[in-house]
Write a protein that binds this ligand. Structure first.
Ligand SMILES: [Mg+2]
Length: 302
């Protein structure tokens, strides 16, 4: 089975699903988050769902995260904050650039960085779904309801006005239409450099680094923008909570400097560190695993 990513592209195989399912069950029994990669439970082998949203869907575990995305001024302010930081770095780089230096560039992710898929998440909740649904995502993408993130358009135009090229590197897969859909979204955004030299769509991997390194050979990359650590370097692609945290800590000086990170509490590779899969199936075992993650530290009431 083959599927799109947002948090981290992955190719599912029957073997990996079975292994992941066994690990997930073990974790649910021991109460520990996975210390080894993988943990998602295959839908086919899962027991019937009894804990997922039903009726009015008030027990949907996504509600908090999606309500925050839909309504919190803080969520939107974090985008302005990120683009303000990025702009400061671009301003400094433009000012400090000397004749003969490589030209300047910015490399950005698309979804949840310069574009927000808010209506997609609202739809999932209205459909009583509580995990990312890849087929629904693929149906929604061509509806062109994705919207600019706060400050993205102005920042991208600022880059253009200052001769700083912007490269868009995204992992998406909606079959043969993937590239056209992504390009159309750049046009909807009014993004500069919306052309084939600047847009890279990775359909079969979430590994952006080869393309980023290729760009960095010709350009001085001022900042990388993303909502997922994997948008910055491949080294962050670690499917284990503690290990992933360690890799993040090893790069702590880069955040707000070389890497500008935007918030995403609904999806991303952080889920792969919990479930072994960025898009885990909506099973009761996975809901239990999610609760384990949420109670990783918990007061005992005494
Ligand atoms: Mg993204």
């Amino acid at each position: 089975m083959f599927s799109t990513v947002r948090g981290g592209h992955r190719i599912r195989t029957l073997t990996s699903l079975v292994v992941a399912g066994l690990l997930s069950t073990a974790c649910a029994q021991t109460g520990n988050l996975p210390s080894q990669p993988a943990a998602a439970v295959p839908t086919a082998a899962a027991k019937p769902n009894t804990l997922g949203p039903s009726g009015e869907g008030l027990n949907n575990q996504l509600i908090g995260a999606v309500a925050w995305k839909q309504t919190a001024a803080e969520y939107r302010a974090l985008y302005y904050q990120g683009f303000n930081i990025a702009r400061m770095h671009v301003e400094a780089a433009v000012k400090n650039r000397k004749p003969g230096d490589k030209p300047l560039a910015v490399i950005t992710d698309m979804d949840d960085t310069i574009l927000l898929p808010l209506a997609y998440w609202g739809y999932l909740i209205n459909q009583n779904q509580d995990f990312f649904n890849d087929p629904e995502w693929d149906k929604w993408i061509p509806r062109d309801q994705i919207v600019p993130s706060p400050g993205s358009r102005a920042f991208l135009q600022f880059c253009k006005d200052n001769g700083v090229e912007v490269f868009y590197v995204t992992s998406r897969d909606q079959d043969e239409h993937t590239y056209d859909y992504a390009m159309k979204h750049l046009k909807v955004l009014g993004a500069p450099y919306a052309d084939t030299d600047h847009l890279t769509v990775l359909r079969d991997t979430s590994n952006k680094q080869p393309r980023q390194d290729e760009i960095a050979k010709k350009f001085d990359v001022v900042v990388y923008l993303g909502d997922n650590l994997n948008d910055f370097r491949r080294k962050f692609y670690v499917k284990n909570v503690d290990e992933r945290m360690k890799v993040m800590e090893s790069e702590r000086d880069q955040f707000g400097r070389k890497f500008v990170l935007f918030p995403n509490p609904t999806d991303g590779h952080w889920l792969a560190a919990i479930f072994g899969d960025s898009e885990p199936p909506p099973t009761d075992d996975n809901r239990r695993l999610f609760k384990k993650a949420a109670t990783r530290t918990a007061w005992d009431g005494r």
